[in-house]
Ligand binder design. Structure first.
Ligand code: AKB
Length: 320
């Protein structure tokens, strides 16, 4: 039985990962680290939680010792567009929290999952079928911290045998907690507008392709990798994973199957567009499939249908 600490448990991924991990390992074995409001509904009743500022190593170490933790999910993050606008914050959180968590994992003998991103690639990375091992020269604060995270995590594994594992997440689409400050956020925001009957202003141009994934698959990726047989892992930090690749027009068309009158107009955000243009169109995730059985369930249509069903229910309940 694992004893898990999630750092950043109230964010887009953390708020759903905590529920899934608790359903597998038991509520009392998953400790939710939180930093600041807003808190998901029922957060403090659902299981143990602890206040942690990931920039303070002693707060992480105290929680790990107090709760006898053996696995850390480090989800503290400043997403790509926000990090470009506030580089100091991007460096501090991207690098500082990572090194703190790795040091605690090494000193307290914990396994550690750290998400990397498609942002770890840059303008001269091959855009299509982007290989697992390829050129990584990102030109964003976020991307540089992600490459550093990948390299340092491999270093901790090689030098100190810390069980470090990670995936390069694409844009994650979800309906519980909104992301914030990401380049791929448009693919979430568009659904809220469609269900509310409002016009969506798309910040990216037609023809801007990026990898995406529905949250249930993203949770599977993290948990399956942490459960994988280490003897089968040729790679560790980080695995390419993807579930679909689309541009704004394809997503718009998929949503219009449910809302034929829904309107999308373009209001291109130059910062987000330049970041998106530097990222791949579609990753090759065959190493993840081979080494630990990665196999996503949601394509564009299935994800769209499920997102709309869930958001409609929220709307009917008055919570949207
Ligand atoms: C972002 O857009 O910054 C993130 C990511 C792809 O890492 N969603």
């Amino acid at each position: 039985m694992k004893r898990i600490l999630i750092i950043g448990s109230t964010g887009q991924i953390g708020s759903e990962l905590s529920v899934r991990l608790r359903s597998i390992y038991g509520a009392d074995n998953v400790i939710c680290g939180y930093y600041a409001p807003p808190f998901p509904e029922g957060f403090f009743e659902a299981g143990p939680s602890v206040e942690i500022d990931a920039l303070h190593i002693e707060q992480i170490a105290d929680a790990v010792r107090k709760y006898k933790i053996d696995t850390i999910y480090n989800l503290a993050a400043i997403l790509s567009a926000t990090a470009e606008k506030n580089p100091q914050l991007g460096w501090n959180v991207g690098v500082g929290s990572l090194l703190n968590c790795l040091d605690v994992a090494r000193d307290c003998n914990c396994a550690i999952f750290t998400p990397s991103s498609i942002g770890a690639f840059g303008p001269n990375t091959p855009k299509d079928h982007t290989p697992q091992d390829t050129i990584q020269r990102p030109n964003t604060v976020y991307g540089i911290t992600k490459v550093l995270g990948e390299l340092v995590s491999d270093y901790y594994f090689e030098h100190w045998q810390v069980d470090t594992r990670s995936v390069r997440f694409p844009g994650i689409i979800s309906n519980v907690t909104l992301p914030g400050g990401g380049t791929t956020d448009y693919a979430v925001e568009i659904f809220y507008k469609a269900v509310k009957g409002e016009i969506f202003e798309c910040p990216l141009k037609a023809g801007t392709f990026m990898d995406m994934m529905y949250m249930p698959d993203a949770l599977d990726a993290a948990i399956q990798l942490m459960e994988a047989d280490p003897s089968q892992l040729i790679h560790r930090n980080s695995f390419n994973v993807t579930a679909m690749s689309f541009d704004p027009e394809m997503l718009y068309a998929s949503i219009r199957r449910h809302y034929p009158d829904f309107q999308m107009v373009y209001a291109v955000d130059p910062l987000k567009q330049s970041i998106a243009d530097s990222w791949p169109n579609q990753l090759d995730d065959s190493c993840a499939r081979k080494e630990w059985g990665w196999n996503p369930h949601f394509n564009l249509e299935r994800m769209t249908d499920d997102m709309i069903r869930k958001l409609r229910t929220k709307r009917e309940n008055g919570s949207l």
